[in-house]
Design a protein around this ligand. Structure first.
Ligand SMILES: CC(C)(COP(=O)(O)OP(=O)(O)OC[C@H]1O[C@@H](n2cnc3c(N)ncnc32)[C@H](O)[C@@H]1OP(=O)(O)O)[C@@H](O)C(=O)NCCC(=O)NCCS
Length: 179
């Protein structure tokens, strides 16, 4: 049977596939984004409609920009366990490409976000006309800051977004081995 277009891998890593979200992913993604602890730095955990909107927003990004947050799927069992990808974000009035990530809580601490984020970094520098990638993180979100650091990023600046201070991590293309 032919693989549907949305299920084609965008990126592969030793343990993960990143592919586009489809509307069928709502239940699996809800196990990530409806979790109170996972969403503690967001206004609230997402309800079912919130997860549907999240998927729809990223599907619009694929169509408009050629990238967005992709579904993070474990190769070992085919389970959708999070998201990671590239989105356009405003930083001080300029568009920057952000690497973002969310992992299902029972799988934290295994290096999965870092593995996916590095693949997105390499994809961004290889395929997009950018010299810089960023990750925008609440200062108290230490695991996310650590992932940015393991992705080769350093603190670039601090900004206020939606009323909260955020640290903007960045990496330039000439700071990586990316092609
Ligand atoms: C951020 C997140 C994606 C990390 O996923 P993960 O797969 O566990 O990440 P990794 O295992 O690759 O790396 C996590 C690192 O943070 C470290 N860490 C975890 N908790 C920590 C804490 N309280 N203080 C400091 N470091 C911490 C881990 O030890 C690890 O670093 P190490 O490899 O040097 O030991 C996950 O915690 C998550 O989904 N958080 C909620 C969503 C979120 O905040 N996303 C980012 C929005 S900006």
């Amino acid at each position: 049977m032919k693989t549907p277009a949305h299920a084609m891998p965008i990126l592969g890593t030793p343990r993960l596939i990143l592919r586009e979200f489809s509307r069928d992913d709502v239940d699996a993604l809800a196990r990530v984004l409806s979790d109170t602890e996972t969403m503690r730095f967001y206004p609230a955990p997402l309800d079912c409609t919130g997860v549907e909107n999240w998927i729809a927003r990223n599907r619009r990004r694929y169509a408009n920009n050629g990238h967005g947050l992709w579904a993070m799927v474990l190769k070992a069992n085919g389970e959708l366990i999070g998201d990671c990808g590239l989105t356009i974000q405003d930083v001080d009035g300029a568009n920057e490409i952000e690497i973002g990530y969310h992992v299902r809580r029972d799988l934290w601490g295994q290096g999965l976000a870092t593995e996916a984020a590095r693949a997105c970094r390499d994809f961004g520098f290889a395929r997009l006309p950018v010299d810089r990638l960023v990750s925008i993180i609440r200062p108290e979100n230490l695991p996310s800051r650590r992932v940015a650091e393991k992705n080769g990023m350093t603190v670039w600046k601090e900004v206020v977004r939606v009323g909260f201070p955020h640290v903007v991590y960045s990496i330039r293309k000439d700071q990586t081995d990316s092609p």
